[in-house]
Design a protein around this ligand. Structure first.
Ligand code: G
Ligand code: G
Ligand code: NA
Length: 249
């Protein structure tokens, strides 16, 4: 397809754009981390969302190429903006990045000299169904001092056994559970149960897709650690991020 060909010719730091969405720490009441979300510029100069091209990147077997480009660009941009070392940043990885050693290699290459703790490795729960080989790889990543978060939690296949075996640091509760949490008692109980499980396993909990203050108040009462969503900020270029962080300190 056209998309496939364009991607083959063009996953590079010129075509890949990094946007950054702040995460609000409810304990310290500060924005101390961001999630890096990529967009890709096609040959017509249009910004394309990951939903549209990620599947093709996987088919093209360009996953580690994409991850490396995003990770490298994020480090470069954060350094240029004077933000490197001041905030932690989450990168979305493919399961293959974990199992084939790409994640560990990139952390060692891009974050030498004890900077590995700045990165949070995000892995979607959807992909954890076939993960036995990944358990070992995640341990290696945590030995590097980086954190690992399970993304879109609640929509995939990870069971309690998985969670116990995986030794991750955080769960990101999928936005579908957060939607309407302030108006739906069942949903807020469900999220409360996820938070209880996470606490039992010593995991931090991040809520995604928080859009209204009523949702945030509800999540605060349930004891969540981090809130991310349009209520706080949309994903933005690094220049806007710098401005945002300057205004919220
Ligand atoms: O920002 P947006 O809502 O368009 O992101 C859609 C999805 O694409 C999100 O679930 C996000 O996890 C994923 N995504 C965004 N950036 C990256 C990236 O750099 N690598 C990978 N593998 N997935 C990404
Ligand atoms: O699954 P993941 O966390 O990687 O998805 C992040 C995606 O969710 C990004 O594409 C981002 O644009 C989108 N997003 C972030 N905050 C909100 C929000 O408050 N509401 C909605 N609907 N989408 C959001
Ligand atoms: Na993510």
């Amino acid at each position: 397809s056209m998309l496939s060909g364009q991607l083959r010719r063009g996953i590079n730091s010129r075509r890949i754009i990094c946007h950054y969405q702040p995460l609000y720490n409810l304990r310290t009441k500060t924005y101390d981390s961001v999630e890096v979300l990529c967009r890709w510029t096609n040959e017509d100069g249009e910004l394309v969302r990951p939903d549209i091209f990620i599947g093709q990147v996987e088919k093209n077997e360009q996953t580690s190429e994409l991850t490396e480009t995003v990770f490298r660009k994020a480090v470069h941009e954060l350094k240029s903006a004077g933000l490197f070392g001041k905030i932690r940043f989450a990168i979305n990885f493919f399961p293959s990045d974990i199992s084939n050693g790409t994640a560990k290699r990139l952390i060692e290459d891009l974050l030498p000299e004890q900077h590995a703790s700045l990165v949070i490795v995000e892995l979607t729960e959807q992909e954890l169904g076939h993960i036995n080989s990944v358990v070992e790889a995640i341990l290696m990543i945590r030995q590097e001092d980086s954190s690992v978060a399970i993304d879109d939690f609640g929509t995939g296949y990870s069971n309690f056994q998985h969670l116990e075996k995986l030794s991750v640091d955080a769960l990101k509760i999928d936005r579908s559970f957060i939607f309407g949490i302030d108006k739906n008692a069942l949903r807020s109980k469900l999220v409360g149960s996820i938070i209880d499980i996470a606490k039992t396993l010593n995991l931090k909990v991040i809520a995604e897709g928080v859009e209204h203050d009523a949702q945030l108040q509800c999540l605060l009462a349930l004891g969540i650690h981090y809130s991310q969503g349009f209520l706080h900020a949309k994903p933005m270029p690094v220049g806007e991020l710098k401005h945002f962080l300057g205004q919220h300190r």
